[in-house]
Design a protein around this ligand. Structure first.
Ligand SMILES: *[C@@H]1O[C@H](CO)[C@@H](O)[C@H](O)[C@H]1NC(C)=O
Length: 156
């Protein structure tokens, strides 16, 4: 599958599942648009929805245990958040991983690049660099290139 195809697949998945996507970028609880989610997914893993875990980094959004914990530990099928498989089961699931990203961004949203607005450029920086490290001037190279290319294609 080409990169563009995998991005479109996620956009469709997101569209069909509806929630937890924001209807608009101004939704307070779910601040990321579908396009923004798709471009972060593309940037971080080429949006590989079949990926498992490498160490404790899991799923198409490459979510660590700490990130998932900071997002409030959402789970699949009412699994207990303290279960040893809760992080893995959630973050390899497309729906739960998107919910994790939305909740994390809800908690950490900030104007990383000081342009006077909080938008996908900020969310992309927070996703890669963390809620406390997003003020770096440049995104890491490969991640940044994929993000910007996707943003040009789908608008984010
Ligand atoms: C979590 O993952 C384990 C191991 O893969 C699986 O056996 C279990 O059914 C999953 N739990 C839920 C609630 O999906």
């Amino acid at each position: 599958m080409t990169r563009l195809h995998s991005v479109l697949l996620v956009l469709v998945t997101i569209y069909l599942t509806g929630f937890p996507c924001a209807a608009s970028s101004s939704d307070q609880n779910f601040p990321l648009t579908q396009q923004c989610l798709a471009c972060i997914c593309e940037a971080i893993s080429s949006c590989d929805t079949t990926t498992g875990c490498t160490g404790n980094v899991c799923g198409p959004f490459r979510i660590t245990w700490a990130y998932w914990s900071d997002a409030g530990k959402p789970t699949v099928n009412d699994e207990a958040p303290e279960s040893s498989t809760a992080h893995t089961n959630c973050t390899v699931d497309t729906y739960c991983s998107i919910l994790t990203v939305q909740k994390y961004m809800h908690n950490f949203q900030q104007d990383c690049n000081n342009d006077g607005k909080i938008d996908c450029d900020d969310f992309a920086a927070i996703h890669k660099l963390g809620g406390y490290g997003c003020k770096m001037p440049e995104l890491p190279e490969v991640y940044g290139q994929r993000y910007h290319r996707c943003k040009q294609k789908v608008g984010a």
